[in-house]
Design a protein around this ligand. Sequence first.
Ligand SMILES: Nc1nc2c([nH]c(=O)n2[C@H]2C[C@H](O)[C@@H](COP(=O)(O)OP(=O)(O)OP(=O)(O)O)O2)c(=O)[nH]1
Length: 155
Amino acid sequence: MNGLLVADGERQREGGADRPVVDVAVGVLMQADGQFLLTSRPEGKVYAGYWEFPGGKLEAGETVEEALRRELQEELGIVIGQAQIWKTQMVDYPHALVRLHFCKVWDWQGDLQMREAQTHAWQQLPVDVVPVLPGTIPVLTWLAAERQFSGATHR
Ligand SMILES: Nc1nc2c([nH]c(=O)n2[C@H]2C[C@H](O)[C@@H](COP(=O)(O)OP(=O)(O)OP(=O)(O)O)O2)c(=O)[nH]1
């Protein structure tokens, strides 16, 4: 399974041409006790069955926060409060070069509904669901640093 993390500022070229960058808004839903929500990618999408944080691609003209609000309503049936970009990470997949904008989300309204027939799991470190999407792993590392958690973040 490929998915190469791209360092900040690094230009990505393939065959001499720039690859278009796909911007993605991603929500790290947090509970007061530190649990965070992972969802599994539904059948029919690339990397079906891999675990990730919920979110999706920006549509034309959308900000990251607008896209996140729309995606979490579509996928989970919740209305989120304020969300700001926490970290940004580029990942070079065979199918696309993506720029992931991760936002921590502490407040939302509504009960979680899995509207795309995905599975969900509230997790702590180390994450015990498998497999985790490569572009999701950096978030686990950042959370581990914040929590002074050492050891493997996932299986
Ligand atoms: N949602 C999400 N996507 C991630 C994460 N990590 C990661 O590499 N990705 C990648 C996988 C995909 O290439 C891309 C998200 O695209 P997607 O296909 O899920 O977006 P979407 O829901 O808008 O999809 P669609 O409407 O086009 O089917 O970002 C993550 O933690 N969460």
